[in-house]
Design a protein around this ligand. Structure first.
Ligand code: ADP
Ligand code: MG
Length: 809
């Protein structure tokens, strides 16, 4: 039976004063009017009634219907998050991406007018939360960590899990966890009415979630109600290409240039697969359209990245795919069906050609303040052109976008459950993603989506939906999290899509090896490990990293290794200095430009030499050196530019470092003095100890130099370069016997410090942090793919013996 609705939820017409507990918001007329146009606003009453009557509610509404911006406001106005109301806890909204959490909090704050200070965000290392916060946007990772400390989420009265269709591992895990917490809070409420129940709202832009709504393990009281808001506000016309070019970067340049000259004013959003592509296209477009609006669009001096890639393009994971320009096979290339090519742009408009181009990149490695630039209006008389990765596919509304150019591909991290080899592969997106991308054009007015692939390819090669991330990733973090919540049989956890049993088993094996589990149960070590916001191997280093006064170094090393890509890889080096100034290349003669490039290459090598000087045999030590040097820099940005480091990665690593220091100090006050990022150089003994700590954390990922193996295989001929020296991965049995060879060679990654050693000096044994499959390269005249080891440390036979016998370091 249903409770009657409380006064604040009675239909607005019947109850003039519906605001028993609710908050009055004064919005500007403009703001109020544009809200009223959003389809979801018409559903406010229905949505709030459903939330009132049900513990869990699912809201499905296409992109742009107003879910993210409006639902938190509905809750807020109905009194959620108001300390005086029956639902005093905060409104928590999770996002899979940091940039969405920040920008959505800002947008909702703006919409709330007088209540702006009630809206906050929290992402890793950044928070605007105060005691006034009623609406809190955060990344899903943040909420998972909060559950570890507050398993009933007592601070919250409602959790909104947004973008559930993306099926990120964190989102999936949260749906499972929070659905359990909802049950828990209901029973706590029965025992003690002062503890309020918790509501769960799951929001999704597609019906990708319908498969798990029926799951009785997940929703014990039957499937939650599904509420629907209408589709996007404005129509988007979708244009398929007649043909699908493999060199989509070149094709994108051509189409965007043409579109810019021919299409009426309106912002453009271009979807590419990675930072490398974005940077090179941005550069090319700026050269073509900023300096002299449109006269230089053909044959700019700097060629696009895909063509610049060196002969051996393996391992160039960011954007450098060399596809020789051939065409993907289109079956029905002369079908009429929705396929335009250049006739897309027949709308001649004389004002369009005069426009300047305001080109902005948008990808996750970009600093937050630079990401937020896309929300500012472009300079007078220019057209905004945003070059983005998947970051812009959901959540974000960039004002004024009318045209979307979609390359139809995305870079995905793949993971082979069997071998543990990772790869980054550029592949077709799903139909659902394609429609999300198109939807970006219809947010603030009618728009067009230009697809750089044919309808034949779309029909034949695009899957309906992307695979949930949990099926593509190692799950040891997830398993440790769940075990630390005393869930002994992880298979019983209500996963929306359960991971493979074999990958769960693999994770348990690693955790057992690390001492976190014993007979499937969490150990005191496991509890210690789960405290840190790190994957278990890194946490393990912190537990063993205190001998010889190493603790502060261990912390720095872990922070440096846990943040990806501190160093700008050589193949992404921008040699046309000074890097920031797009016009400078016109002031050089070709000779000067060549000299400048040479000088820049030299200083790059010099910087890396400095970082490697202590650490010719460990990438972990190199990363440590870089982070420690960064702490001494008077101006961090200048330092990063000079030393070819990524400012965002370094600032994140140093924040992680200070965060880890305070966690360590809280848990083990005797191990760490007061935090000082400026450390003296480590002693020889300390360097050796640090190398042992690394070895211990990765000892199950050991490789032996092929020619020094007990019975060297055929391939062990003498290579001329370190990166061609084959190693054999050893998967340890319980005795750690060297004989258990696996017949697959792996190689040193070119970014490793070891890549610079003469091959004969390469160590017999290495541990690696992960394996990665490169992209195909032509080697000895045929296409081959090499598997590369990343983040290496050399180890000695004695260390291996000691570790295999379980001797403490
Ligand atoms: P959904 O979550 O359903 O995809 P949102 O709530 O994010 O939709 O956005 C709804 C609408 O609000 C957008 O279509 C747009 O009109 C407007 N909007 C959202 N964010 C902004 C912003 N930063 N600037 C201008 N308009 C915005
Ligand atoms: Mg949204």
């Amino acid at each position: 039976e249903q409770d009657p609705l409380p006064p604040e939820l009675q239909p607005i017409n019947n109850v003039p004063d519906r605001k028993a507990f609710s908050v009055t918001v004064n919005r500007s007329d403009d703001m109020q009017n544009s809200r009223l146009e959003l389809p979801i606003v018409a559903e406010e009453q229905k949505i709030m009634e459903a939330i009132y009557h049900n513990a869990t509610v699912v809201i499905w509404g296409a992109t742009g219907s107003g879910k993210t911006t409006q639902v938190p406001q509905f809750l807020f106005e109905a009194g959620f998050g108001n300390p005086e109301s029956p639902n005093p806890g905060m409104i928590g909204i999770t996002q899979p991406r940091r940039v969405a959490a920040v920008s959505m909090a800002k947008r909702v704050g703006d919409e709330l007018g007088n209540a702006t200070n009630k809206v906050s965000y929290q992402i890793r290392f950044e928070s605007s939360v105060s005691d006034k916060t009623a609406i809190k946007f955060m990344t899903d990772g943040i909420l998972i960590r909060e559950i570890a400390n507050d398993f009933a989420l007592l601070k919250y009265s409602v959790i909104v899990i947004d973008e559930a269709h993306e099926r990120s591992t964190n989102t999936d895990i949260l749906i499972g966890m929070v659905s359990r917490i909802v049950d828990l809070r209901a029973s706590m409420h029965r025992d003690d009415p002062k503890i309020k129940p918790l509501k769960l709202v799951i929001m999704s832009a597609t019906l990708r979630i319908s498969d798990f709504l029926q799951n009785p393990n997940l929703f014990r009281n039957g499937p939650p109600p599904l509420l629907q808001a209408e589709g996007r506000q404005y129509p988007v016309t979708e244009h398929f290409a007649r043909r699908t070019q493999r060199d989509f970067l070149e094709e994108t340049f051509r189409k965007v240039s043409k579109g810019h000259k021919k299409l009426p004013p309106g912002g453009m959003l271009v979807f590419l697969t990675g930072q490398g592509e974005i940077t090179s296209l941005a550069k090319r477009l700026r050269e073509a359209f900023i300096q002299s609006s449109g006269s230089r669009d053909q044959g700019g001096k700097v060629r696009i990245g895909a063509n610049e890639a060196p002969q051996e393009t393996e391992d160039l994971e960011i954007g450098d795919y060399d596809y020789a320009g051939d065409r993907i096979q289109d079956d029905n290339s002369d079908s009429e069906d929705m396929e335009d090519d250049d006739q897309d742009f027949v709308i001649e408009d004389s004002t369009a050609a005069a426009l300047q181009m305001h080109v902005l990149p948008l990808y996750s490695q970009l600093q937050t303040k630079d990401q937020l630039r896309v929300f500012e209006p472009p300079p007078e008389g220019s057209r905004l052109v945003v070059l983005a990765t998947n970051v812009a596919e959901t959540s974000l509304t960039i004002p004024g976008i009318r045209y979307v150019f979609d390359c139809g591909r995305a870079k995905e991290k793949k993971y082979d459950q069997l071998t543990g080899v990772q790869s980054f592969e550029v592949g077709w997106i799903s139909k659902a993603s394609a429609s999300q991308r198109a939807g970006r054009a219809g947010r603030t007015g009618p728009g067009h989506c230009y697809r750089l692939y044919s309808s034949a390819v779309y029909e034949r090669d695009f899957k309906e939906h992307a695979e949930p991330e949990i099926l593509r990733m190692p799950v040891e973090d997830v398993v440790l999290q769940l075990k630390s919540m005393d869930l002994q049989h992880v298979v019983n956890f209500p996963f929306p899509t359960p991971p493979d049993r074999s990958s769960l088993a693999k994770a348990e094996k690693l955790l057992t090896y690390l001492g976190a589990l014993s007979n499937g149960k969490i150990t005191p070590v496991g509890r210690d490990l789960s405290i840190y916001p790190l994957s278990p191997r890194f946490s393990k280093m912190l537990l063993i990293g205190h001998q010889h006064g190493c603790m502060p170094y261990t912390i720095a090393m872990v922070a440096a290794l846990a943040v990806p890509e501190l160093f700008i890889p050589e193949n992404q080096l921008d040699l046309s200095t000074p890097a920031q100034d797009s016009q400078s290349i016109y002031t050089h003669t070709d000779l000067q430009a060549e000299e400048a490039r040479e000088a820049r290459r030299k200083s790059y090598n010099h910087a890396h030499h400095l970082f490697s000087k202590n650490s010719t045999t460990s990438d972990g030590l190199k990363a440590l050196t870089a982070l420690c040097a960064y702490a001494y820099a008077p101006d961090p940005i200048v330092f990063c530019n000079q030393m070819f480091l990524r400012p965002k990665a370094l600032s994140e690593a140093s924040r992680l470092r200070s965060q880890l220091s305070s966690v360590v100090r809280t848990n083990h006050p005797t191990l760490l003095g007061s935090y000082n990022p400026r450390l003296p150089e480590p002693s020889k003994i300390q360097l050796k100890a640090l190398q042992q700590i690394l070895a211990a954390a990765f000892i199950d990922q050991l490789a032996i130099r092929a020619d020094l193996a007990p019975s060297p295989p055929e391939m062990a001929r003498k290579p001329s370069r370190a990166i061609d020296q084959p190693y054999l991965p050893l998967f340890p049995t319980h005795q750690g016997r060297v004989e258990d060879l696996v017949d697959v060679a792996v190689f040193i990654h070119p970014s490793s410090v070891l890549a610079h050693l003469p091959p004969k000096d390469l160590p017999q044994y290495l541990v690696y942090a992960h394996l990665q499959r490169g992209s195909p390269a032509t080697i000895d005249g045929s296409k081959k793919v090499k598997t590369r080891m990343h983040a290496l440390t050399s180890v000695t036979g004695n260390q291996i013996q000691a570790l295999a016998q379980g001797t403490p370091l």
